[in-house]
Design a protein around this ligand. Structure first.
Ligand code: ADP
Length: 301
């Protein structure tokens, strides 16, 4: 059941956007999310996707998600640079202790025959978008899952990856007793070799959390990307995450490579890129993920 105050906040957001008096016809819970409560809201002016959580626990989460979605959707003059479909942001607000985000509702569809090809080449074109600052990072912090993601800008990828991605996750795991000093030492040994795994490339616009739960098939059979943790970074981060829990078709990678070729050793770097989401999983879920992290780091003795 959706909370009454959330329905009211969502109605106001929809009213501000549409200018219409909003009547709720039906609400239904949507499963599949990791962090927030999600619902479909059917109204007299259309259907909407509504997510909510405790505002005090995750300050600014939905503001950051809205900014990320808008950045990915980018109203650029050149549709070639905005090739993947992103749900439209209707608005976000906080009321009665709840943060509420309202998005366009995406009706699921069946994958059209060029789904993977268009998804792969679309992601490669999205990755070709560059920050005005020319820096790795972003002008604001955001979240990955329910954890804070730091985006202080750096002029080089390795500096950013170590100080904004890996080190904060190692510190969190140590502070919360999920890992010991051996983990810090193991990462320190990797740090000497990081340059071997990331060819020098300019900062790319990244989805930032592109695992198989964060895309769906839209009603025209196209790929729709959801729930991002956007920043400008190395494109291996999105490619790595796409492989973390399976689900992306080989045609996706072929089309990506044809659009923006990858270095021939790119597959060897995926484990290294995935140390970040794996450490996020150690901090969110603990348990077996630390073993996965250590088995990657054990290569560096
Ligand atoms: P969380 O922030 O809790 O991880 P998500 O944003 O991933 O939640 O959304 C949970 C699920 O809801 C997704 O896996 C997807 O199936 C569905 N979903 C997300 N956004 C939309 C949308 N705009 N329209 C329809 N369904 C959506």
């Amino acid at each position: 059941m959706i909370i009454d105050s959330v329905t009211q906040t969502a109605s106001q957001i929809i009213h501000s956007c549409s200018g219409e008096q909003v009547t709720i016809k039906r609400t239904a819970s949507v499963g599949g999310g990791c962090i927030n409560d999600a619902h479909r809201l059917d109204t007299n002016v259309g259907s909407y996707f509504v997510k909510y959580n405790h505002a005090a626990r995750y300050p600014g989460m939905f503001e950051a998600e809205a900014k990320g979605l808008e950045l990915l959707a980018a109203d650029t003059e050149d549709p070639e640079l905005s090739p993947l479909y992103v749900p439209k942001v209707i608005g976000h607000d906080e009321a009665a202790g709840y943060g509420v985000l309202v998005l366009e509702y995406i009706e699921g569809g069946n994958q059209r025959s060029d789904f993977w090809e268009a998804f792969g080449s679309g992601l490669a074109r999205m990755h070709q978008r560059r920050p005005d600052s020319g820096m790795f990072g972003l002008d604001h912090d955001n979240y990955i899952g329910s954890l804070r993601q730091f985006n202080q800008e750096f002029d080089n990828w390795i500096g950013f990856f170590v100080s904004q991605r890996l080190d904060p996750q190692i510190k969190l795991a140590r502070d919360e007793g999920k890992a010991g000093p051996d983990l810090t030492n193991m990462f320190a040994r990797l740090y000497n070799h990081l340059g071997d795994f990331f060819p020098e490339e300019p900062p790319c616009l990244l989805h930032g959390d592109l695992w198989s739960g964060n895309y769906m098939t839209g009603n025209e059979g196209q790929a729709v990307i959801l729930d991002p943790a956007v920043y400008y970074g190395h494109r291996y981060m999105d490619l790595g995450m796409s492989q973390l829990f399976g689900g992306f078709n080989p045609t996706f990678y072929k089309a990506y490579h044809e659009t923006w070729p990858l270095d021939k050793s790119w597959q060897n770097s995926m484990d290294i890129a995935n140390l970040y989401p794996l450490m996020v999983h150690v901090n969110l879920f603990g348990g077996g993920y630390l073993g996965s992290v250590k088995s990657i780091l054990n290569r560096f003795r």
